[in-house]
Design a protein around this ligand. Structure first.
Ligand SMILES: [Zn+2]
Length: 157
């Protein structure tokens, strides 16, 4: 019985992740880059062109990174604010869960929302709160899509 429940939970999170990731698929999310060198601040993350701009401006000697990193929260370029790819630490995922549990999840779910919720669920697919948020978001996305489809059918000749 316990085994059955576990399989079912994985199916549900897999299905939710499929919907969330498909919805986030329109986003172009680059990996984070960092800057290095004697006086460079290695803390912030940048998109590639902003990291290169730091080097060009003489604030760093070289560009580092270009891969996914574990974060305690979502990851944005220090300069331009662009969303960068990340995975969440356990702490980061629990912060995200707290955030989503504290707000009423209502549509429309943007591709960026879907991206963040998928990252949260991917960190621990067995977490019942993460799963419930993920499923709720996936259902909202599906409802949005069928509403768009229905509207599309009406305007077709
Ligand atoms: Zn940037």
């Amino acid at each position: 019985m316990a085994e059955f429940v576990e399989v079912k939970t994985q199916d549900l999170s897999g299905a939710a992740l499929l919907v969330l990731n498909a919805h986030a698929n329109s986003l172009d999310v680059p990996f984070p880059h960092w800057i290095g060198g004697a006086d460079a601040d290695q803390g912030p993350s940048y998109c590639r062109s902003c990291a290169e701009a730091e080097v060009a401006a003489g604030r760093a000697e070289y560009v580092d990174g270009g891969w996914q990193q574990e974060n305690d929260g979502c990851c944005h370029c220090e300069t331009c604010g662009r969303l960068l790819d990340y995975t969440l630490t356990e702490y980061g995922a629990s912060e995200e869960i707290d955030h989503y549990m504290g707000t009423e999840l209502a549509g429309p779910i943007s591709p960026e929302d879907a991206f963040h919720i998928a990252k949260m669920l991917e960190q621990d697919e067995k977490n019942p709160q993460a799963l419930s948020i993920g499923i709720q978001a996936a259902e909202l996305i599906k409802a949005q899509e069928s509403a768009i489809e229905a509207a599309g059918l009406k305007v077709k000749p």
